[in-house]
Write a protein that binds this ligand. Sequence first.
Ligand code: T4K
Length: 376
Amino acid sequence: MARPPAFEKPVYVVRPLLPASDDYAALIREIWGRQWLTNKGPLQDQLELALSKYLRTPNLSLVSSGTTALMLAFRAFELSGEVITTPLTSPATINAITWCGLTPVFADIDPVSLTIDPVAVAQAMGPRTSAIVPVHIYGMPCKVDKLQEIADGRNLRLIYDGAQAFGVEIEGTSILNFGDVCILSFHATKLFNTAEGGAIAARDREIKQRIDALKALGYVDETTVALPGINGRMNELTAALGLANLGLVEAERSGRAKVADVYRSRLAGKPGLSIVNNPDGSNLQYFVIRIDNQACGISRDLFCDRLKEFNVFARRYFYPPCNEIPFYRNLPSSDPQNLKVATRVAREVVVLPHYGALGTVAAHRICDMIDYLLDA
Ligand code: T4K
């Protein structure tokens, strides 16, 4: 087939959702008028309430990033020793574990959902295990019932990293309402963003109160420092962006669903290329495919490099898997023999551009490019 033309401008894996600048400016003017920039400002409170309602979760606490959310959650439960987690995640998950003085223990993933395999979790358990930290990777729900069973059986904490799972539900229940807590990231690259930011949804009110103190240097009133907290607060300028963006999320979701429909219809059935799908199709954070190096006739890495020639910047989230990062490589659980599925998946995943403003015409053009690369 003829070589399709490249895009004139770079096409990235995501573009941030942004409100009209006037809408944001109106909120910024309010902040200027009040001269209240952070420390439980009114916009932060307003956003916390609005998100609680939108995400249907009762005990939400807004924080400065997804990484801070993880660290605050670990500290809220005073975890110690080892925590079992997945290697197919952002280094943020594992770095947060390590920053809290905990040792990550990697368990392999399920070959379909790409989330942590409960059987591998049970096998990774040791006398020092204090928690399980599964990740709803690409917004794909973990096997929540089995994981809860394992956690209950050993009295372990279950702390979900839902950084990529904004708005995902499991059979009508918010994904945030499983486990002891679930964290979110509101980084610029997420479906809902506040430029930088995040949240923690806690099952218990008391844990939310601990997190609220921990994120505010430990203060619970003007003179009482009840806990050894850090600064994990969300500021007013960030909260304003969140408030302006929240009303745009539904339109963004339908834009992404249309792009995903094009990818699904055009890419299904291609030898060696498979689509990583949520059972209910709701993983609107990323559109993920796998390239089987042998069956496709092109290696995954060459596939990504050749897409760049068309100005398409797909990403290999998450390569290398975290067990192959130099400072985690020597952990006993990092042996690739222990992580066969994750080792393979990390060498096959490609995250395609996926955001509402991309539009279906551009999605078709990307599929033309993929057809060309797989034919060549
Ligand atoms: N747990 C998991 C499972 C996570 O995925 C993450 C974060 C976390 C925890 C921690 O949450 P945070 O502490 O970050 O809130 C990005 C994000 O920085 C990171 O938030 C995210 N995961 C990760 C999956 O992706 P990079 O290094 O890939 O981002 P970057 O800068 O290369 O951006 C990707 C593309 O997005 C760019 O090529 C262009 C576009 N972009 C990016 C930015 C920042 C824009 O168009 N505008 C922008 O402002 O990490």
